[in-house]
Design a protein around this ligand. Structure first.
Ligand code: MRU
Length: 365
């Protein structure tokens, strides 16, 4: 029998050509495949802040190309200002979203190229930056493939006695729309689908609906069996034995293994542990932040409460879900304690509790 590899997804959420970063506008999915063009760091930072582009690894890739676009823009106008312009651009990009550490990590890699090439010809420096951004994207693409393989093997081993089609529950979107490759959590799902049939339950993921709009869209594009459910139904489905594994992505993993991911993840981890269902976090090593000791030290993005009570309409505008003037709270991420995480799947291997030692090994340069 020929060994099947994980097929590439049709979805490509970004492209970069000579100073223009083109992003698939994720705010418009699934209704429309529209694009946002960024020709400066400021435009890229705004695309990241407004969630036109999102997902921890992908915002790192977008920021790296945003710096390339900025470099080309500055070199065409005032090449002598390149260092100062890129320093300001880097700060602006890093502050556009605080929780996903991949953003600061990717910008850090680009900064190192800026510093190492200081004093060189401006045109050459732009090419060096573009080569580094290409490497960041390619490394992420390869990491997703490895994560898929490791995660599928780990889960399959736990399902050896399972009769029928396994069902994986996921939250938010940790797929091709969130990375430069096949995704992290959805990379695992895609690798499982190569081994045999798998059913996917996608939490709708209120309020931005990454699950209903994005995960459902990209899995359907690839012909996978996906069903959307309201976030509030997940715990009871887990309790009723309808879920055989929960697989999610991460925005930052602290040195002790605490995991920040889209708000709602912690509740899934509690339900999974209560009912003996494996809870798996899939993330590249660029998401591990050894400088952050534990989850309490991870900055949690607080988004505008209006995003909770004003539902965007496909044709533009919003519809109000609550009385005018009512308060609304939107912590965009939560922290799942390391003890609830059965496996952290990276491109370098799988960490099982206690996570600290393996994470230190995986994240070492
Ligand atoms: O606010 P978002 O949509 O950027 O949140 C994304 C998530 O929480 C993902 O699970 C995480 O970034 C991992 S993406 C591989």
């Amino acid at each position: 029998m020929t060994k099947r590899s994980v097929p590439a997804t049709r979805v490509s959420p970004y492209s970069y050509v000579a100073g223009r970063l083109r992003l698939l506008d994720q705010r418009r999915l699934p209704h429309e495949e529209a694009f946002v063009d960024c020709e400066s760091a400021a435009q890229t930072a705004e695309a990241i802040r407004s969630l036109a582009v999102r997902g921890a690894p992908l915002i790192g890739v977008a920021a790296a190309y945003g710096l390339c676009a900025e470099a080309r823009r500055v070199v065409a106008r005032v090449p002598d200002d390149l260092d100062i312009a890129l320093a300001l651009a880097a700060e602006r990009l890093v502050s556009s979203r605080p929780t996903a550490v991949n953003l600061a990590w990717a910008v850090g890699r680009m900064r190192a190229v800026v510093e190492a090439s200081s004093g060189g010809a401006a045109g050459e420096r732009v090419l060096l930056l573009e080569a580094e951004a290409d490497r960041i994207a390619e490394e992420d693409r390869l990491a997703c493939l490895a994560i898929g393989r490791f995660g599928a093997a780990w889960l399959s081993a736990r399902w050896s006695g399972l009769v029928g089609i396994p069902t994986v529950l996921t939250h938010c979107n940790a797929g091709a729309l969130a990375t430069a490759g096949i995704g992290t959590a959805l990379g695992v799902v895609r690798a499982l689908a190569v081994l045999g049939p798998v059913a996917i339950l996608a939490d709708e993921t209120r309020p931005y609906l990454q699950g209903a709009r994005l995960t459902a869209w990209e899995l359907r594009e690839d012909g996978l069996d996906v069903t959307v459910l309201p976030d509030v139904a997940a715990a009871s489905l887990i309790a009723r034995g309808r879920v055989h594994g929960v697989v999610v992505g991460a925005d930052r993993i602290a040195a002790n293994g605490d995991v920040a991911n889209k708000v709602g993840t912690y509740g899934l981890a509690l339900a999974a542990r209560a009912h003996g269902v494996p809870f798996v976090v899939a993330a590249p090593t660029t998401t591990i932040d050894l400088a952050t000791r534990d989850g309490a030290s991870i900055p949690i993005e607080e988004r505008d409460g209006r995003e909770v009570v004003a539902l965007p309409l496909p044709g533009g505008g919003t519809v109000s879900l609550a009385p005018d003037g009512v308060g609304a709270l939107y912590p965009a991420f939560d922290v799942t304690p390391a003890a609830l995480v059965d496996a952290i799947v990276t491109e370098r291997g799988v960490s099982e509790p206690p996570h600290a030692q393996a994470l230190a090994r995986f994240a070492a340069p």
